[in-house]
Design a binder for this molecule. Structure first.
Ligand code: ZN
Length: 223
């Protein structure tokens, strides 16, 4: 029942206040997060919880397949506000293994409007087709594209004029590429961080993430 959510909300707010009487007063007073999170809409990847931060500590933008499209007014509004007003110090692009959006783009099948949204991922799949086809297991191929997509989105954020202008002004700002596993709840750094225009140009020339040194988990089924 949908009404149950209001009951849960009352319980949650009371619990928070019991644990920390100043919690909501403090939150209401200001928002000064150091981080902008660009993640997937997937319900299993709750940004704040994964990194153990309270609301107010992480500015969050989520969409299907954690994209940073240079023509998306929603994403651009969030990015500009985060960089120019909140002055976040870190932009974290976080993908996740087994991403349904990546899986849809890689499948080559038609799904409707989402195919337009996922076009950058489909283009990436076509660009790297030869290397991807060498990976025979489809789930492993999906995971490879999940990683490559994060790298591509880090490059897109780093090339964005709001970010480039921030660096030109001397603002402290780094862009990071991470990936999350629903299987074990752990984040992995794809070691593609960039904190200035020179680094962004280097990223542009790279085609893929460095091979992940850690074990990559087997992935759950499609969703
Ligand atoms: Zn996803």
């Amino acid at each position: 029942m949908i009404e149950e959510l209001f009951t849960r909300n009352i319980r949650w707010a009371a619990g928070r206040t019991r644990a920390d009487p100043e919690y909501f007063r403090r939150l209401a007073a200001q928002q000064s997060p150091e981080y902008l999170w660009v993640g997937c809409s997937d319900s299993r990847v709750p940004a704040n919880e994964i990194v153990g931060l309270d609301p107010g500590e992480l500015f969050v933008h989520r969409n299907v397949a954690n994209l940073a499209p240079p023509q998306d007014a929603n994403f651009l509004s969030v990015l500009q506000f985060a960089v120019e007003i909140l002055k976040v110090r870190h932009v974290i692009v976080c993908g996740h293994y087994g991403c349904g959006g990546v899986r849809a783009a890689l499948s080559g099948q038609r799904h409707g409007l989402i195919d337009h949204w996922l076009q950058p991922v489909a283009c990436l799949c076509r660009r790297d087709a030869a290397e991807l086809e060498a990976i025979t297991d489809f789930d492993a191929r999906v995971n490879e594209v999940c990683e490559r997509n994060v790298l591509a989105q880090v490059a897109a954020v780093a090339a964005n004029p709001f970010v480039q202008d921030a660096w030109r002004r001397g603002q402290t700002l780094a862009v990071h590429g991470w990936i999350y596993s629903v299987q074990d709840g752990l984040l992995r750094d794809l070691e593609t961080s960039v904190d200035g225009a020179a680094g962004a140009r280097r990223l542009d020339g790279r085609r893929r993430a460095p091979p992940p040194p850690r074990r990559r988990p087997r992935i759950e089924g499609p969703r």
